[in-house]
Design a binder for this molecule. Structure first.
Ligand code: UDX
Length: 444
């Protein structure tokens, strides 16, 4: 089957590449000519494990190509995917749909009879109907079909998420579109992936509701971890007990310095705006947004509580990205925590395996170093903000020798409190570092 994917951001590039891996003939289109040139030289615009190999394999097989020529891309395409960004509108919560509507405008004159237009971008309820209306106005005699097929992939695990998803949702209005989508996803159908066919509206809302629910789950655990610290409980034990209840589930119960990324914060704000537009006050999500913003600032409070005045102190940050296995620092807790540390007069150094080029743009006042041991040199404190695997395996004895003072703030709980304390670190983690708890783990 021949398909066109418009937009080569995270969703478009990963989806297009994976559809070509399924055996379809895919043309990815982007208005950014330099991006297309790089992709044609096999240079990826994002860091995503496994992507480069899959792109080059499918390009060689002649199933995947990149162009900025929309007309040639749409020629013969049975399905046209819209996968452009929907960031927050400048200065407010609503999703900015200008890129999506621009694509609708650009493709309308080029669509062939019976074209299926599939929206993969996360769009507010009602958007697909507006796209339909737009194309109808432009091409009143054309027979075409609209589909909502939001993507649930996680950065850093995007290919695995696309190839083995928990489910696929397809909002549609015609049997023809349903059949085309079923053909497209046939390899997933064969591995018994649940494919849920719904209305356009249910599909659109399901995406926002899923992301908002996950963000709520994390935030609930962050609040529970605060309570654990006060009562001497261990958040990981609490999470284990909770997660074994099939109704709750084991995932997304890990405490953190607040969630970030390109989706959760933006989608929460957009869902609140959708609620407001329909006079539904989604109070629980308002609390999640507030608690998560305060959470990031609270990490600084913990540092100061332990170290006192940090003016003139050297603080080393381990991890800048919002999660491991990505170079993305959008809405990362590092972007809130580091500016406050600098404001308070600390000297901030940082190391991140992938996030430093972007951080150099957004945090010009920090010094980036090329490995964790250099980061530890003369540092008064180390602060773990991202749980990169390479941080888990650090030689803490060697780290200790380099440091001027021994504060270790492990805001991703990657180290063993007993071991860190035994090495002499003044160790702080989340939801398990109360004096009562430490006494228990140290056997005192
Ligand atoms: C998310 C959704 O998971 C995905 O389905 C959707 O399509 C896009 O948004 P992503 O933003 O790539 O994916 O990363 P995710 O793994 O969900 O993590 C988001 C944030 O939550 C990160 O900052 C992460 O550190 C944080 N998190 C996650 C926690 O704080 N605790 C957890 O237990 C899990």
């Amino acid at each position: 089957m021949r398909i066109a994917i418009i937009g080569t951001g995270y969703v478009g590039l990963v989806s297009g590449t994976c559809f070509s891996e399924f055996g379809h003939e895919v043309v990815c289109v982007d208005a950014d000519i330099s991006k297309i040139e790089l992709l044609n030289q096999n240079i990826m615009p994002i860091y995503e494990p496994g992507l480069e190999d899959l792109v080059s394999k499918n390009k060689l097989a002649g199933r995947l190509s990149f162009t900025s020529d929309l007309k040639s891309a749409l020629m013969g395409a049975e399905a046209v995917f819209i996968a452009v960004g929907t960031p927050s509108r400048h200065g407010e919560s609503h999703a900015d749909l200008s890129y999506v509507f621009q694509v609708a405008k650009d493709i309308a004159p080029l669509l062939q009879e019976n074209a299926v237009i599939v929206t993969k971008s996360t769009v507010p309820v009602g958007t697909n109907r507006k796209i339909k209306q737009f194309i109808e106005n432009d091409r009143p005699t054309l027979k075409f079909h609209i589909v909502s097929n939001p993507e649930f992939l996680r950065e850093g695990a995007a290919i695995a998420d696309f190839m083995r998803p928990d489910r696929i949702v397809i909002g549609h209005e015609s049997e023809y579109a349903k059949d085309i989508m079923a053909k497209l996803y046939r390899p997933l159908y064969l591995i018994e992936t649940p494919i849920i066919f719904t209305s356009l509206e249910s599909s659109e809302l399901a995406k926002y509701a899923s992301n908002s629910f996950l963000a709520t789950k994390i935030t609930f655990m962050n609040e529970m971890s605060n309570l654990c610290e006060q009562v001497g409980a261990d958040i990981h034990d609490v999470a284990k007990v909770m997660g074994l209840d099939g109704r709750i589930g084991k995932k997304f119960l890990h405490p953190s310095p607040g969630f970030g990324g390109s989706c959760f914060p933006k989608d929460l704000r957009a869902l609140l705006a959708i609620g407001d537009d329909h006079n539904i006050d989604i109070q629980i999500l308002k609390a999640v947004v507030k608690v998560n913003e305060e959470r990031k600032i609270d990490m600084v409070t913990r540092i100061i509580k332990k170290m006192g005045d940090i003016k003139g102190k050297t603080i080393g940050i381990l991890g800048l990205t919002f999660k491991p296995n990505t170079d993305d620092i959008r809405e990362s807790s590092s972007l809130v925590i580091i500016p406050i540390l600098l404001e308070l007069g600390a000297y901030v150094k940082a190391y991140d395996p992938q996030g430093m080029p972007e951080a150099a743009q957004q945090l010009p006042d920090i010094m980036c170093v090329d490995n964790p041991y250099k980061l530890a040199e003369n540092a008064d404190a180390l602060v773990v903000l991202t749980e990169w695997n390479e941080f888990r395996a650090l030689d803490l004895k060697k780290i200790k020798k380099q440091m001027a003072d021994l504060y270790l703030f492990d805001f991703r709980n990657i180290y063993n409190p007993k071991e860190a304390c035994a090495l002499g670190f003044d160790y702080v983690s989340l939801g398990r570092n109360s004096i009562l708890h430490l006494k228990n783990v140290m056997g005192a």
